[in-house]
Ligand binder design. Sequence first.
Ligand code: ADP
Ligand code: 5GP
Length: 189
Amino acid sequence: MKGKIIVISAPSGCGKSTIINEIMKRGNVDLRFSVSATSRQPRQGEIDGVHYHFLTAEQFRDQIAQGMFVEYEEVYPGRFYGTPVAEIEQNINEGHNVVLDIDVKGGVNVASRFGKQATTIFIMPPSVEELRRRLENRGTDSPEMIDQRVGKAEYEISFASGYDHVVVNDDLESAVNETEKIIADFARQ
Ligand code: ADP
Ligand code: 5GP
């Protein structure tokens, strides 16, 4: 049986990576992470090929031209992100479920391309103020970048109603449990 595709989207800083990492660490569901490509700079601790394939703007353009992405978006001005087609196809053909951490527009594109093979989960912050606090506490972005990310959050939240599932990440453990259950139930279908 082919694997399933799970798209997870949320405004940056909502806790997507934390939730995905915890579910993968628990290991209760078969899940591979789809490593996206990006033209942004790595953050401290991010590893090329693990968190992202870090590309120059030129390499990114070449890969677009070669049709290597299922979808790609300029999520922030000058910073491109894309989902490599090979990454998904290989995993689902081998029967593994694949989780994608991608923005709202990319999420809509992947969902329409893969139809019933994919489900979509939106991670909602308890509030926009809390989102800002988390980004500040994470300490990986400049104040300008934090403003940009928070500024985009309301626009992104407006996509939530189009997602199959919405999980509020207030208490982390509850959010992880809920997300894990959605994925496990979908993987069994
Ligand atoms: P994203 O991947 O959506 O950008 P992260 O997973 O990096 O977000 O989370 C942003 C910050 O918020 C991190 O410092 C993380 O530890 C923290 N965080 C995540 N979930 C919660 C939660 N439920 N309560 C408090 N802090 C959280
Ligand atoms: P960050 O810079 O915080 O890692 O990611 C910024 C945003 O880009 C997040 O909303 C993340 O989900 C999104 N993103 C990461 N990879 C992809 C991708 O391959 N395609 C799209 N469309 N968005 C992505």
